[in-house]
Design a protein around this ligand. Structure first.
Ligand code: GTP
Ligand code: MG
Length: 340
């Protein structure tokens, strides 16, 4: 029974990935072209769009847009229910990626950060969010015995802070293996980085990430980590003023659901970073709260508040976890990477 359930899921996923936009009801070649130009490359992207968005993107009427979306939802099986045994089957595949610090790993229930969930790192500038992201892009590639998942990483970099040299330092800091030292080239070629120039571009890149993950799925380094550093910076910069808040939250919400779905489909960890609001006069709400407010709060599975301590020491605090006690861990950001 279970085996059958598993193959059902597999089959549905592979059928879906092969589906063309033209296969959807109401989509002719011209409409398909316009949709692709607007960044709707997959059936899934359409399934989670609103009719209003498609009207704008493909110059179709509301009724046609609704029909297209309904057809995409059916094909992508989005918004439907699934039985508990399928959920359990998927949960069994959850893997963990070590942070490199035992105390940090223990804060997360031991072993590190889980796949199929979103981990949000938030805190002020320089608290180490980007450092943690770099370390996870290295550690995900390690074999399971060493705390990794033998997987690739995708990084959507919105602030131009990805540094291959830093990856090199972290790789040189890894414990030796039998074959001798790891080389940074080995690691860098399994980290796929794209710079996002604005929030729309960021949303599109999440979509391209799905395609890339699909291509790597059957290789020996499937994607097990998707980093978005920072997930909120563009949204924050572009949507200023009270009137745009609802619009921003809606976009951000959809983006986060796209990311969550990526995590489920690929059995990947989604790691996002978020700054705390530092200037209350230029933003709304409590200045000590992370950007993004409630939307991000409800989607993130683990929220970690990072802050600086003495020297290399950093403190990670787990906030509002559904299944773990709140608590703190002290770790260090050293030349070799994250350590206790
Ligand atoms: P924003 O993106 O500005 O919000 O900050 P962030 O939270 O991403 O900070 P980031 O991860 O970039 O942390 C920067 C800090 O990491 C530096 O101030 C250093 O303290 C530390 N760091 C970066 N590189 C090294 C390194 O090679 N060695 C050591 N020991 N520390 C480093
Ligand atoms: Mg950063």
């Amino acid at each position: 029974m279970k085996i059958k359930a598993k193959t059902d899921v597999k089959r549905r996923k592979s059928e879906m990935s092969k589906m063309l936009l033209e296969d959807l009801q109401g989509v002719g070649p011209a409409t398909a072209e316009k949709l692709r130009e607007a960044g709707y490359n997959t059936v899934e992207a359409i399934a989670v769009a609103s009719p209003g968005e498609l009207v704008g993107a493909a110059e179709v009427g509301e009724t046609t847009a609704a029909k297209i979306i309904a057809s995409a939802r059916e094909a992508a099986d989005i918004g439907g229910f699934e039985t508990g045994d399928l959920v359990l089957e998927r949960r069994k595949l959850v893997g963990k990626i070590t942070t490199g610090s035992k105390s940090f790993d223990d804060l997360l229930g031991g072993g590190g950060m889980e796949t199929q969930c979103i981990v949000e790192l938030y805190g002020e500038f320089g608290c180490g969010k980007t450092q943690v992201a770099h370390q996870m892009a290295v550690n995900v590639q390690l074999p399971v015995e060493e705390g990794g998942l033998s997987g690739s990483a995708i990084i959507i970099d919105t602030e131009n802070t990805f540094r291959p040299e830093r990856i090199g330092q972290m790789v040189r800091g890894l414990p030796l293996r039998e074959e001798g030292e790891w080389t940074s080239e080995e690691f860098l070629k399994n980290i796929h980085v794209a710079r996002a120039y604005n929030s729309n571009h960021q949303i599109l890149l999440a979509d391209s990430a799905l395609d890339l993950a699909e291509r790597l799925r059957e290789t020996d380094m499937p994607v097990r980590l998707l980093v978005v550093d920072s997930v909120t910076a563009h949204f924050r910069a572009e949507y200023v003023g009270r009137g745009t808040l609802a619009d921003r939250q809606q976009k951000l919400n959809k983006h986060l659901h796209d990311l969550m779905r990526f995590g489920d489909l690929n059995n990947a960890l989604i790691l996002v970073t978020n700054q705390v609001m530092s200037k209350p006069d230029t933003f709304f709400g409590d200045p000590t709260k992370p950007v993004g407010g409630h939307v991000l709060g409800h989607t993130a599975t683990f929220r970690l508040y990072l802050r600086k301590s003495k020297g290399e020491k950093r403190i990670a605090r787990l906030i509002d976890s559904p299944c773990l006690p709140d608590g703190e861990a002290v770790f260090s950001v050293t030349m070799e990477g994250l350590r206790d």
